[in-house]
Design a protein around this ligand. Structure first.
Ligand SMILES: [Zn+2]
Length: 354
């Protein structure tokens, strides 16, 4: 296994960022599929980096035994810019402080999977844009591209493009995902849509249908970082690469079963927003099954004056997927995601939140 460092020049003199990248070339890389795993693009989402820490141990062991067949690239923490952004003792890992852009939006879309389309010189770009191009360069050409994220407080779920469903249901099955969110379009160009974009042309139909796996994986909530969970996620990712023939199994691994969990188009997701500011009292947890009209959240607008409380109810029956980790909301902020069985009356469709 090779460890190399990608360097991103910062926006001011004397500042640069280092990204460790681990690669295994693969014993049969001419025929076996290749894989790219990345985590920490939102720098403060750490279940993914912790899982890749243990995944790399498994990969080293497999490599030593000659069981890594396809080329594997792993970027365990992709965003040192975000990690360095501390504001009043809190990491701002989601947005670039320099440009105010979300690190997982506005990734460059290429017409075809061709390294020649990447910029030769990135010196005039802001550091966050350089990072996005660099990740495009590192991931381009792999058959399996997985981007590990997490939500605030959440179940374990994955985003998959409609073009890749149902042929990638083995991913959801291996990860034991609580839900699959099917998306289409490219509204705000997250990394995942940029990784898929080069294969949408007619020349790449076969790759799209037979080999390509691209997904954003939400490994529960921000505080779900512990040894047992990280090890479990590492093993599940490893087993998926075994199922796809990137790695040879060290013991009997049964092939993944068809995915049995909910598969929900983004249009069916109700993002509950706060109509007023206040203290958030949740009536439900991620994983709660709710009926239409059931109370979900009470907002205390003015402590001591219950007449001003506002209680929000479920707009339709469904499953609570996520909720926020903070307990005070401004008006207009999102409070939770509910997976419904029919389109949301207020659904945003292509992208859920910024
Ligand atoms: Zn994220």
């Amino acid at each position: 296994m090779k460890r190399t460092i990608e360097t991103i020049e910062g926006d001011t003199t004397g500042v640069s960022y280092s990204i460790p990248v681990y690669t295994v070339s693969g014993a049969r890389s001419d025929t076996a599929p290749s894989a790219y795993l990345q985590a920490g693009l939102h720098a403060d989402e750490l279940p993914g980096p912790a899982a890749l820490h243990f995944f790399l141990e498994m990969l080293r062991e497999a490599e030593a035994e000659g069981r890594v067949l396809g080329a594997v690239t792993v970027v365990p923490h992709a965003n040192p810019i975000g990690s360095s952004q501390y504001h009043f003792q809190k990491m701002e890992g989601r947005f670039s402080l320099g440009t105010r852009d979300n690190f997982n939006r506005a990734h460059p879309h290429l017409e075809r999977p061709d390294q020649a389309l990447l910029p030769v010189d990135d010196t005039s770009m802001s550091a966050d844009k350089k990072l996005k191009w660099r990740l495009a360069k590192l991931s381009l050409g792999h058959d399996i591209i997985l981007d590990l994220h997490c939500d605030d407080e959440s179940l374990n779920y994955v985003y998959i493009a409609e073009e890749l469903w149902p042929q990638t249901q083995d991913l959801a099955s291996c990860l034991d995902a609580d839900a699959v969110l099917l998306w289409s379009g490219d509204a705000d160009q997250p990394f995942e849509s940029a990784a898929l974009a080069p294969y949408l042309g007619p020349d790449y139909k076969k790759i799209l249908q037979e080999k390509l796996v691209v997904s954003t994986i939400e490994l529960r909530g921000q505080r779900d970082v512990d040894r047992t969970t990280a090890h479990l996620d590492a093993r599940r990712l490893f087993n998926f690469l075994v199922a796809r023939g990137v790695i040879e199994a060290d013991m009997g691994v049964s092939p993944p079963k068809p995915y049995q969990g909910p598969v929900i188009p983004l249009l069916n997701i109700d993002m509950l927003e706060a109509p007023v500011p206040g203290i958030i009292l949740y009536h439900v947890d991620p994983g709660s099954e709710v009926e239409e009209g059931q109370p979900l959240v009470t907002l205390i607008r003015e402590p001591g004056n219950p007449d001003r409380d506002v209680t929000l109810t479920a707009p339709q029956a469904g499953l609570i997927l996520t909720r926020r980790s903070h307990r005070y909301t401004r008006s207009g902020d999102a409070l939770l995601k509910l997976l419904g069985s029919k389109p949301s009356a207020t659904g945003k469709g292509s992208i859920l939140e910024n």
